[in-house]
Write a protein that binds this ligand. Structure first.
Ligand SMILES: Cc1cc2nc3c(=O)[nH]c(=O)nc-3n(C[C@H](O)[C@H](O)[C@H](O)COP(=O)(O)OP(=O)(O)OC[C@H]3O[C@@H](n4cnc5c(N)ncnc54)[C@H](O)[C@@H]3O)c2cc1C
Length: 462
């Protein structure tokens, strides 16, 4: 519980209208997409970078914990105020696109800008901001950078980190730092921006982002490959990429997802369909798109595809993507609760990884439908349990731990997109050795010696 004198001081610093400690605000800011609840003691809406600096100086001096927050759409608890203190919410004031620089093809934004708002602003001038997490309509760019968010287009265009050219941030002692430049080349000094990307609000508060834009491709078409088995589809993924395919997206759905799409949504798919690959190809000239589709069709068919469907119109494209967009809600036919992890392995390991993940599921007696971004090796693995059955939940978590161990053994990672937060913190020692974890703690200490910024996240001390 925060002493009321601190609430008053914070109001003096940033204005009465920007500091709240009433119950309604505490409840509203106690959630993220994990649906776990931790109430803060106050919610503060900084008006600008100077406010952020003033708040951090005050809190650092008084040992008040701060949790930076974008839209609270995180899947791993990063924005949850697990130690109380204040939520520093960027969405109210620090939500402006400051500049779109056509010549250098960059956008300068405040951290509370919604991802889709930048995509639209870029498109209006013929440019393109590719990172597109499925939460693009509400997640913020500050949150995206702090989690290094990925999306459907990662196979061709990469992820958030590939678009961060520079940033401004405030350290817990109030120091305002700049990292990176509006230049393609910059090798002066440590890559501080690189350290802050994916740091989940544990090192500094991001206050301004300079993001790379690229020319908008003129043509896009969607495709779907239908395969008899998961193995065939997985082989087709890396074989087609090795053959020169460069799809924007290559999304995978396994036999269980295919079953769920048919049963729950009535989607028509062949009787013997055992896996799907759905995606887009794009290009600046239509021939480029046709060339890509040819490579994919040839490669898919050489690797066992029963059918290759091309969507020629926007309506047909929506129809193909409908299956992928509904993969997640449809699989609840296998259990009321999904223990969902976003593991990532080198693409060539996907067939073996999936085979062994299903074996783990079988051993525990759980269905494990899998779908996701096969083009970049990032798969959503869903251990389906009865959410009202404590024993099943416990067993499900054991299965998850085994899956993490397997993935790390195969050269993969605990998280391809969603970060560590609190949910995956207990598994950090599977992925990192003592020396690496010590380095993480040392980096944290260098930025935040008093441990006021988002303590206890990413396996760091509370
Ligand atoms: C339906 C749904 C679909 C999703 N799909 C995807 C997907 O396809 N790909 C993907 O990668 N993720 C996805 N996510 C997860 C989530 O949307 C992303 O992690 C997103 O980047 C979080 O942004 P946010 O603004 O909601 O951040 P929050 O959840 O508010 O915060 C996330 C983390 O960033 C920190 N943070 C936020 N702003 C700042 C700042 N200014 N300075 C310092 N730290 C800050 C917070 O402290 C926290 O640790 C999805 C979530 C949902 C609910």
């Amino acid at each position: 519980m925060l002493d009321p004198k601190h609430i008053k001081s914070l109001k003096d610093l940033v204005g009465e209208e920007n500091v709240f400690s009433d119950k309604a605000h505490m409840i509203a800011y106690s959630y993220d997409a994990t649906r776990t609840r931790f109430e803060p003691d106050a919610v503060v809406f900084p008006r600008d970078e100077e406010d952020v600096s003033r708040i951090l100086v005050y809190c650092n001096h008084h040992g008040i914990v701060i949790t930076p927050r974008g839209a609270g759409s995180g899947f791993t608890g990063g924005a949850l105020p697990t130690s109380g203190g204040i939520i520093l919410a960027m969405e109210k004031h620090m939500n402006k696109i400051l500049e779109i620089d056509m010549e250098n093809m960059v956008a300068v934004v405040q951290p509370g800008v919604i991802n889709m708002d930048l995509q639209k602003a870029a498109e209006e001038v013929g440019l393109f901001y590719p990172p597109d997490p499925a939460s693009e309509e509400y997640s913020t760019l500050g949150g995206n950078v702090s989690e290094n968010a990925g999306g459907m287009r990662a196979a061709k265009y990469g992820i958030t980190k590939d678009y961060v050219m520079a940033l401004r941030a405030v350290r817990p002692n109030g120091d305002i730092i700049r990292a990176g430049k509006r230049t393609i080349k910059d090798v002066a000094g440590y890559n501080v921006a690189g350290i802050l990307i994916a740091s989940e609000g544990t090192l500094a508060v991001l206050t301004e982002l300079t993001l790379k834009l690229i020319p908008k491709p003129n043509f896009t078409k969607a495709y779907m490959g239908i395969f008899p088995s998961v193995d065939d589809a997985m082989n087709a993924v890396f074989k087609s990429l090795a053959a020169g395919a460069n799809p924007v997206a290559m999304e995978f759905m396994d036999d269980l997802v295919v079953q769920a799409l048919k049963e729950k949504l009535g989607i028509e798919l062949p009787e013997d369909a055992g896996a799907l690959l759905i995606g887009d190809v794009d290009g600046n000239v239509s021939e480029e798109v046709e060339f890509q589709l040819e490579i994919l069709e040839r490669s898919f068919k050489e690797n066992g595809a029963q059918d290759f469907v091309i969507a020629h119109t926007a309506k047909e494209r929506d129809k193909l993507w409908y299956a992928r967009r509904n993969a997640s809600p449809s699989i609840t036919i296998f259990g009321s609760k999904k223990l969902n992890e976003d593991i990532s392995v080198p693409r060539s390991m996907l067939p073996e990884a999936l085979k062994r993940i299903y074996e783990i599921g079988d051993r525990y007696g759980f269905k494990v439908p899998c779908f996701g971004h096969a083009g970049d090796g990032n798969i959503h693995v869903n251990v389906m349990v009865d959410g009202s059955n404590e024993k099943q939940l416990e067993e499900g978590h054991k299965a998850i731990k085994e899956i993490f161990e397997l993935v790390v053994e195969m050269g993969g990672t605990l998280s391809g997109e969603h970060g560590i937060g609190t949910s995956k913190a207990p598994f950090m020692d599977i992925a990192f050795n003592d020396a690496e974890l010590t380095l993480f703690r040392d980096i944290k200490k260098a930025f935040d010696p008093n441990n006021i910024l988002n303590p206890g996240k990413m396996g760091l001390p509370n």
